[in-house]
Unconditional design. Sequence first.
Length: 158
Amino acid sequence: MRFYVATRLENAAAARALAGELRRRGHHQTYDWTVHGSVRGDAGALVRVATAEVLGVLAAELFVALLPGGRGTHAELGIALAAGASADLASGARRLVILVGDHGGVGEGTCAFYHHSRVSRVATDEEALALVDTWSAAEEVPDVAEVTRRHGLVGERP
């Protein structure tokens, strides 16, 4: 499965660790932004990286956001959700979108998109990996909501 891991720059080590485990399990990373880190201050690099990140998210069947995320993380989450909606309409294919960490419940610290019906919220990398293993082992790609319920990973819904 092709995957993309998003998080804030300060969490790059955690992103590398999760990506490494996903690669060890046979998955393929679409783009690794951690190799270059911040490109602020370089207009050309900002354009190249923005393009590469968008293409990486669009090419991924699995999008994982490690929270807390930064502005880019939230932009990438929006791209993943929009790409999943258009893929479903065009081909019936599904994308798995996972948020790992404290999503802030339904209070001040949350984002409405964390609670989108396509998003699975888990507390740890291990829970995310279990969800990925179940999803990738299925002969037919299961409904994300069903896999989430089966693993008891459904967070509170408004």
